[in-house]
Write a protein that binds this ligand. Structure first.
Ligand SMILES: C[S@@+](CC[C@H](N)C(=O)[O-])C[C@H]1O[C@@H](n2cnc3c(N)ncnc32)[C@H](O)[C@@H]1O
Length: 217
């Protein structure tokens, strides 16, 4: 079944937070069937006539809908490059904003792509946003959580999280924070925050993670 974004108030708020990043030169989005983040990126001036814009979608039906939306609605001179592929197979160009709006959690293949494609192509001062499902079903992330939990840094990050990050969202936030700090973004400085929300159609509890102003230290 194709996931549709319409009528999801909490998702709209999460999208607003993700796209609160100012104008960007090179943007990667996963717009999905309704292209709501793409519409907002245009509205908020995150993309303008100077931006390189890349869309990625693996589902053929959703991909066709995104192409139709671009033909119908895209108001800027340069249209986005729309790739029908899995994110993990996307060759990145230098990027200063990516909204990795996933359905679930990171897989082993996502991990490799982040390490070898996304991070090496971050422009100085880049912003990254990820969404994760609060219920971790994939075995890879379950294993990562088991490895992280005994670490002192995980416990410190868990204790320092704001009080509004509760329950499963709290341990997931501490896991991803540790994973990025000790792994993908070791040697970088950035600000990080989290925003839990509900994807009310499927009743999934989700977590937005935002990494701001990423620069090499
Ligand atoms: C949550 S929806 C996107 C919603 C949209 N960003 C918004 O703001 O409403 C995720 C979309 O990405 C696609 N998708 C999920 N994982 C993917 C992957 N690994 N590679 C490519 N597309 C993926 C799904 O098919 C879906 O259309």
């Amino acid at each position: 079944m194709v996931w549709r974004a319409t009528g999801l108030d909490e998702k709209r708020v999460a999208r607003e937070i993700a796209l609160d990043c100012g104008p960007c030169r090179s943007v990667l989005l996963m717009p999905g069937y309704c292209c709501e983040d793409a519409k907002l990126a245009l509205e908020k001036g995150v993309v303008d006539e100077h931006s390189t814009v890349v869309f990625v979608e693996r589902d053929p039906q959703v991909y066709e809908e995104i192409v139709r939306w671009v033909e119908r609605e895209w108001s800027l001179l340069l249209p986005p490059l729309v790739y029908k592929t899995d994110l993990c197979d996307l060759k990145m160009v230098p990027t200063d904003f990516a909204f990795i709006d996933l359905f679930g959690n990171l897989t082993r293949r996502d991990w490799t792509w982040i390490e070898h494609q996304l991070v090496p192509n971050l422009m100085p001062g880049a912003n990254l946003c990820f969404t994760f499902c609060q219920t971790v079903r994939n075995q890879f992330m379950q294993k990562v959580i088991t490895v992280m939990e005994p670490k002192d840094i995980y416990k410190e990050r868990l204790a320092a999280l704001p009080k509004n990050i509760k329950g499963l969202a709290r341990s997931l936030a501490a896991t991803y924070q540790t994973l990025f700090e000790e792994g993908f973004l070791k040697g970088y400085q950035y600000a990080i925050d989290f925003h839990p929300y509900k994807n009310s159609t499927s009743k999934h509890a989700m977590l937005l993670m935002r990494l701001k102003n990423i620069v090499r230290s």
